[in-house]
Design a protein around this ligand. Structure first.
Ligand SMILES: O=C(O)CCC(=O)C(=O)O
Ligand SMILES: [Fe+2]
Length: 456
């Protein structure tokens, strides 16, 4: 019953204490061809069962199965907790009290829909921690070490466990990266804070191991290391794709053409033209951007050895001036866990007038309390501005950015200029099949793009 809050894994996994460790992948990068077939749904069948991602995915599938079983006992568990409520009330250590007080529905746009959930969760945490001194002390110690609890979720970045020495690959690499999650402390966090999220197995077992990586196991050049380190640290990195003026002009011309098309299988126009999206095979993007070895290595370092580029699209914002016109213009995360989108600007994107994407750096590692439904993934302007520093992803023609859509982000609604970008999407190769099999109801991959689903 790995999902029950009261049944913690008693085995404290021994974690080696060596610093400066790294892993190495020996397999060469696969080239992405330009002839990939649109509409293929998955590259999973190409993934070896001896690979890193396959191993993490099988741990995740097993965890999802166990969660299914324990969910059926959930109401029983809730009742027991409710019965214990009065007798177990106690004063917890200050730092723990402060952490519990952060779990507050006021941060959510749909506060009325999430309030009951968070009140019950806080009460359950109090009951559990009042009854279990070992858990209370362990939580206190993790808070002292920098565990962050916010209205959105918990962030373990500052607890990053040291990883064992060695040159590992495949199953061994996955096992080593996953091993810290088996420790009493991390299992405690999962079972206290995350078990109420029906999707948490994916965020925890498939995504979290990659968040602990302190140095890519793939051999990277100096420039690639800098890109990867920035992405791993902040959840976003600015990019320059090295395309020529002529190439960028040709991309813009193709965008103008396809966006003028009334073929609805190619171009979708919403909110009276405020948001236009087109899917079109563009060999230049596949050769020069997706085929770029630096991009491939940085993306694979971030998402795992077996990574898929799912597709790309052209998106234009034209006269956007109201949050209601564009679903992405409210603070949110994409609910898909660790995954990357990459924006290429087809013209200068002005920081004020150009509708830059706004991203909150260092929110990409948050284990959100709830990710299953829309109301839990929309946050108020007030909460974000009061609690975080917001970055603007603006820049010159030919530049852009790579970011984890698990970060808190939104589009800018105001601005006098149009914005035309090419947007690419990447997932760990096992993610979308797990998400689909578990019926998680997340668009993985997003459905509005030119699908290629090619292994990087
Ligand atoms: O268009 C933007 O600036 C934001 C888009 C977004 O939220 C997304 O692609 O996930
Ligand atoms: Fe988004």
């Amino acid at each position: 019953m790995a999902c029950q809050p009261t049944k913690l894994n008693p085995a404290v996994a021994a974690v080696s204490n060596a610093a400066g460790t790294f892993y190495s992948a020996r397999k060469p990068l696969l080239q992405v061809g330009v002839s990939c077939i649109s509409g293929e749904s998955s590259t999973t069948s190409e993934i070896s069962n001896q690979s890193m991602s396959y191993k993490l995915a099988s741990i995740t599938s097993q965890a999802l199965e166990k969660c299914k079983i324990s969910t059926t006992h959930q109401s029983e568990l809730d009742d027991t907790n409710a019965a214990q409520k009065e007798s177990n009330e106690c004063q917890l250590p200050d730092l723990v009290e402060k952490a519990l007080a952060k779990i507050d529905s006021a941060a959510y746009v749909h506060a009325d829909q999430v309030e009951g959930h968070f009140n019950a969760h806080r009460q359950e945490l109090r009951t559990t921690l009042c009854a279990d001194n070992k858990a209370r002390d362990a939580l206190l110690s993790m808070l002292q070490q920098g565990l962050s609890v916010s209205a959105l979720g918990i962030d373990l970045t500052k607890l990053a466990p040291p990883l064992p020495d060695g040159t590992l690959d495949g199953v061994q690499l996955a096992t080593a990266l996953h091993k810290p999650l088996l420790s009493y402390n991390l299992e405690l966090l999962r079972s206290l804070f995350l078990y109420k999220n029906g999707h948490h197995s994916v965020h925890w077992h498939l995504d979290q191991p990659l968040r602990n990586v302190q140095r890519s196991w793939i051999e990277l050049t100096e420039k690639e290391t800098e890109l990867y380190n920035t992405l791993q640290r902040d959840g976003i990195v600015m990019m320059d794709y090295g395309l020529s003026e002529a190439e960028l002009d040709s991309l813009m011309e193709q965008a103008d053409d396809v966006m003028a098309s009334d073929d609805t299988s190619m171009t979708s126009v919403v909110s009276d033209g405020a948001v236009v999206t087109s899917r079109l095979l563009i060999p230049l993007l596949e050769e020069k951007v997706i085929g770029n070895p630096t991009i491939q290595k940085v993306v694979r370092s971030y998402l795992g050895n077996e990574t898929t580029v799912n597709g790309y699209k052209l998106t234009r914002l034209h006269g956007l001036n109201d949050t209601k016109q564009y679903i992405a213009s409210q603070w949110h995360h994409d609910r898909a866990g660790r995954r990357l989108k990459m924006f290429l600007f087809l013209h200068d994107v002005d920081c004020e007038e150009g509708h830059p994407t706004l991203v909150v750096k260092k929110t990409h590692n948050i284990q959100f309390f709830k990710t299953e439904t829309f109301p839990f993934s929309r946050y108020t302007e007030k909460f974000v501005r009061e609690n975080f520093d917001v970055s603007k992803a603006c820049g010159k023609k030919g530049e852009g950015f790579l970011f984890d859509t698990h970060s808190v982000h939104r589009a800018t609604v105001s601005g006098a200029h149009d914005r035309t970008t090419a947007i690419f999407e990447f997932h760990n190769s096992m993610k979308c099949s797990i998400v689909e099999k578990a019926g998680m109801g997340i668009p993985c991959p997003s459905g509005d793009q030119f699908l290629i689903n090619a292994l990087l």
